[in-house]
Design a binder for this molecule. Structure first.
Ligand code: 1HE
Length: 275
């Protein structure tokens, strides 16, 4: 079991272009990347500049990286859209603004590596949309989940209507938007929004530990889980089964898979044990 101290030590700050992204703190350790939202004075509200930087960060992750963690500096993960920039836009500009969020969050969901979201404090509006674009979510006790778009007179625009119902169900998302209902970390776990729960102050360490395990997954398996699985889920069962057969055949024929299968057959690989 990795301790918090182990998980949080030994990180090297990003160099070069990634170091220029001033609203993020990016660091690497071995095959892991840590992307931290770094606007604590504004509760990590996502401005136009921050959404651009998030997009840039995830498309430019070095090839050596095999898993990433995203977290928020300060008392909250993310307060959602920067409302101070919600000036009147015409319809075209509004569509393009929303599409820029889609592009950034697609770069996370369908990027190079699985991403674990370490959640604490407010995970609201666009912050929940960002978390929903990640592959695993870890929430500590302080985390709470809301969609204040309803109260602000707007609608989700960062992919929330596509991703959030797939986690918690359409009825719960409708409830959040229509009544302002806020879910606790325990409720979020019960409703499938988060897969892991920790005491306060431990979500980041747990996320890093999980990212470390993800980084050991064979590349083709990670690719299939990220890129094929969500597409298969959207396909008809007939198409899905065919896609599954194709991806499965590709994955099992890679040298990495062959080596792992041989290792197991020779008694050199870990067995499946109770956790
Ligand atoms: C902000 C934002 C923001 C804080 N945009 N500036 N999101 C919301 O509707 C959530 C709005 N925010 C809040 O409910 C609260 O700020 C929090 C619960 C997140 C945090 O509360 P607290 O007491 O820790 O902080 P605070 O005092 O409210 O805020 C600190 C500063 O951050 C303050 O600015 P200051 O200059 O007066 O110090 C706040 O104005 C600022 N701040 N949140 C701009 N969101 C693609 S569509 C997505 C649509 C949405 O995401 S809608 C949901 C928007």
């Amino acid at each position: 079991m990795t301790t918090s101290d182990d998980a949080l030590s030994g990180w090297e700050p990003a160099q070069g272009a990634l170091a220029q992204l001033d609203m993020l703190q990016i660091a690497f350790r071995g095959r892991l990347a840590h992307v931290r939202l770094n606007r604590p004075a504004k509760r990590n509200a996502i401005s136009d500049a921050l959404i651009e930087q998030l997009h840039a960060a995830f498309v430019q992750l070095p090839e050596t990286v095999r898993a990433a963690v995203i977290s928020g500096e300060g008392d909250h993960f993310c307060a959602g859209l920067d409302l101070s920039e919600l000036v009147e836009r015409d319809i075209e500009a509004s569509v393009l603004h929303s599409r820029s969020w889609h592009a950034a969050f697609d770069a996370i969901q369908f990027g190079r590596v699985p991403v674990v979201a370490a959640l604490h404090g407010a995970v609201v509006g666009g912050g929940l949309e960002l978390a929903a674009a990640c592959h695993l979510r870890v929430a500590e006790d302080s985390a709470y989940f809301g969609l204040p778009e309803g109260q602000r007179g707007i609608f989700v625009g960062g992919g929330g209507s596509v991703r959030i119902p797939r986690l918690m169900g359409t009825a719960r998302m409708a409830d959040m938007m229509l009544t302002g209902r806020v879910f606790s970390a325990d409720e979020a776990e019960r409703y499938g929004v988060v897969g892991y729960r920790t005491p306060d102050g431990q979500a980041l360490a747990r996320s890093i530990e999980l990212a470390g395990r993800i980084a050991q997954t064979a590349r083709m398996t990670a690719f299939a889980v990220m890129h094929a699985l969500p597409r298969i889920v959207e396909q008809s069962p007939t198409e899905g089964l065919l896609t599954e057969s194709l991806i499965s055949a590709i994955a099992s024929s890679t040298p990495e898979a062959q080596a792992r299968l041989q290792a197991f057959l020779q008694g050199k690989a870990a067995k499946v044990v109770r956790s």
